[in-house]
Design a binder for this molecule. Structure first.
Ligand code: ZN
Ligand code: ZN
Length: 412
């Protein structure tokens, strides 16, 4: 028990200092599933210890959400009251940093009509547009971490008791975020960030025109990269100059595809948990950037609602490279949580691109970004397609072929 307590404090301190990097006198907003409250109380205290002026916790309850979806009419689900919008405008105005504690039970919403979920998601995305642009544009520090819940743990480890499953999931998370009894995770993350930055630099120096992905499963996809793209990964800088880690864990180097330059087929290698539904064994076919055909063995309806969510959700907004031989991949655990699973495998995202993945992007208006071919959407949904036999060939601006990935791993 004492051991667990030490690790929890270390993890909370890591999220506050290296994740959101809360500044002295800065307010902090924590958004979390109510079931993670024991950890949140530790996190709040670490926030204050790091110098936060005020820590506000915004709890949600997925069982209550499920009741709402079951009993509420569509027009109720499709309405976001003004006081919620005002609350987020207040967070923007006061310069809040954000820690989002993601802990969802995969498949919880399987019995809910997808139209209801989509209606609520569209309403929320529209109402909180300014907040999304604020965080995705790195105008403040934000960080996503995860904490086990009983429901989630049992889905990952169905064959053991709930208590054992929660313990096993904690172990897996501590391992993924480099928190151990005998280490200083803050120092370890500084080292890890340096390694990721070295990878980004090599890819930025090549300045590839396009990447060609191929494996035995049927992926045969060419992705043109946006001119003046920037490979990023590891810590980032907010527009106010504060360094922070948006995702913990993170193993990826990622950049922006040219919206209209994606052609071929991609076969997913892990299921995708989308709005509480698990989409399994799926593939997508692209022509000039747009998804023109797709199928899934399970939850095809959910895949359809993702692809058809809005205009931009049928185009790509991110391409990310991760060696198959990486800590999360080697753990061989399917977390059923994108934050972890995306860091085990090369992935793509349908939907909005990160402005910082093009030079000067964070200072551009949406119109300027659109003109360059940066995808815009209310969605940003990652899905995994890396495999042990993935090959990636990069094409340089003067049409030289460079091996980027061989047998699933970085070749340089
Ligand atoms: Zn990514
Ligand atoms: Zn992503």
């Amino acid at each position: 028990m004492l051991r667990r307590k030490t690790l929890l404090s270390k993890y909370a301190e890591l999220a506050v200092k290296i994740g959101a990097n809360v500044q002295k006198g800065q307010p902090l907003m924590i958004s979390a599933n109510i079931e993670t409250k024991d950890f949140i109380r530790i996190l709040v205290e670490e926030g204050y210890k790091a110098g936060a002026s005020y820590v506000f916790v915004r709890y949600n309850d997925e069982i209550v959400n499920h009741h709402n979806f079951t009993y509420c009419d569509l027009d109720v689900l499709g309405t976001v009251p003004n006081y919620i919008v005002e609350q987020f405008n207040y967070f923007i105005e006061k310069g809040y940093a954000l820690i989002s504690v993601h802990a969802e039970t995969p498949g919880l919403m399987a019995d809910i009509d997808p139209i209801k979920i989509q209606t609520a998601a569209i309403a929320q995305n529209k109402a909180l547009k300014s907040w999304r642009e604020h965080t995705m544009g790195n105008r403040t520090q934000w960080c996503v971490i995860s904490v086990p819940t009983a429901g989630w743990a049992k889905k990952v480890f169905p064959d053991i008791t709930e208590e054992m499953a929660v313990d096993a999931l904690w172990e897996a998370i501590f391992n993924a975020v480099r928190v151990r009894e005998d280490n200083d995770p803050v120092a370890e993350w500084e080292k890890h960030n340096d390694t990721l930055h070295k990878h980004n630099k090599a890819l930025n120096d090549y300045n590839f025109k396009s990447l060609h992905f191929k494996n035995a499963l049927g992926t045969d996809l060419t992705i043109e990269l946006i001119p003046n793209h920037v490979w990023a990964g590891g810590n980032e800088k907010s527009t106010k100059g504060v360094v922070f880690n948006p995702n913990m864990p993170t193993e990826e180097s990622f950049t922006m595809p040219y919206k209209y330059g994606v052609n071929g087929k991609v076969v997913a290698t892990k299921p995708l948990n989308y709005n509480g539904n698990l989409i399994k064994d799926f593939w997508l076919e692209f022509k000039d950037g747009k998804v023109v055909n797709y199928d899934a063995k399970e939850a095809k309806d959910s895949l359809k609602s993702l692809v058809e969510f809005d205009e931009g959700s049928s185009y790509l907004g991110e391409v990310a490279l991760i060696s198959h031989d990486s800590p999360i991949s080697n753990s061989n655990i399917l977390f059923l949580n994108t934050l972890f699973d995306e860091n085990a495998s090369c992935h793509l995202a349908l939907g909005r691109a990160y402005p910082m993945n093009v030079k000067g992007g964070n200072d551009m208006t949406q119109e300027e970004l659109d003109k360059l071919g940066s995808n815009n959407s209310m969605e940003h949904e990652d899905f995994m397609f890396g495999s042990a036999d993935m090959s990636i060939i990069g094409l340089t601006q003067d049409n030289q072929e460079v091996i980027v990935f061989k047998d699933g791993n970085f070749a340089f």
